[in-house]
Write a protein that binds this ligand. Structure first.
Ligand SMILES: Nc1ncnc2c1ncn2[C@@H]1O[C@H](COP(=O)(O)OP(=O)(O)O)[C@@H](O)[C@H]1O
Ligand SMILES: Nc1ccn([C@@H]2O[C@H](COP(=O)(O)OP(=O)(O)O)[C@@H](O)[C@H]2O)c(=O)n1
Length: 231
């Protein structure tokens, strides 16, 4: 029997494991995984590489001229089986995860016309359902009617350590303090911006995974999916 496809929204604080669990769930249930944060990161990389930052401020009128021409797409890497982000045809997967992008992404994501453009693309990508999307405003703004909503959190120190381990594995020599500072700053900007601030949707399930292993959180998430599907 074919099960009805639903939309699964996974929101929460930076670096807690949203995309890891979202990707794994999507793989198990044959859904498409969409990393909405990668889209904001790609816009930020565009701004950095095209000199749209002037003394730490974005040249919004220049960005507004091009925002709807930016092509942000995802393609599965056949070797790793994982989705990678492309900006205007170029693979930017590694670059968008760098600290130079992390440093500026929350500032760019707070710009209303940037959000408007990204939300429209995300809604189009999830229109047919059968998607797991992670981000900050998926359950509140992008898919307020999502059938399953999760809000993930963990202590800032735990999150910074997880992100540090990941960056160090990729060869970055960033410090714990630098990562912790970035995580806290982004949380602050993301929670306090005017448009679609980061917050738990009233009907989202809260998951604090500070003390959970990857296997435990994966098992918890698939149980939530099965509960919704079997209703
Ligand atoms: N429960 C966990 N325990 C330990 N590390 C985890 C856990 N969940 C995720 N991670 C690791 O934390 C890092 C950040 O996870 P990620 O999924 O990128 O977070 P987010 O999407 O919330 O920013 C990754 O390296 C991931 O492997
Ligand atoms: N739906 C979303 C997703 C990300 N973002 C922004 O994009 C940034 C990077 O998102 P991300 O999911 O890649 O961040 P990490 O938690 O993976 O570090 C966030 O800090 C937010 O500023 C957003 O505003 N709305």
């Amino acid at each position: 029997m074919q099960t009805t496809k639903i939309v699964i929204a996974i929101d929460g604080f930076s670096s807690c494991g949203k995309s890891t669990m979202a990707k794994e769930l999507a793989r198990k249930i044959g859904y498409v995984y969409i990393d909405s944060g990668a889209m904001y990161r790609a816009v930020t990389l565009y701004c950095i590489d095209n000199d749209l930052f002037e003394n730490d401020t974005v040249n919004e009128s220049e960005l507004q001229k091009v925002i709807n021409t930016l092509q942000i797409t995802f393609k599965i890497n056949p070797e790793s089986g994982k989705p990678e982000t492309y900006l205007n045809g170029e693979n930017v997967e590694n670059e968008i995860r760098s600290m130079r992008v992390s440093d500026k992404v929350s500032q760019v994501s707070a710009i209303p016309f940037v959000r408007e453009a990204m939300v429209a693309q995300q809604q189009a990508l999830g229109k047919q359902k059968g998607v797991v999307m992670d981000g900050r405003d998926i359950g509140t703004t992008v898919f307020p009617d999502a059938e399953l909503k999760i809000f993930v959190t963990a202590s800032p120190e735990t999150r910074a350590q997880r992100r540090l381990d990941e960056l160090q594995k990729k060869g970055s020599n960033v410090s714990f303090e630098e990562v912790l500072d970035n995580v806290k700053k982004r949380d602050y900007i993301d929670q306090n911006r005017e448009i679609s601030p980061l917050r738990k949707a009233d009907d989202a399930l809260l998951l604090d995974n500070s003390k959970m292993t990857l296997a435990e959180q994966d098992a918890w998430l698939i149980a939530q999916y099965n509960r919704v599907i079997e209703k």
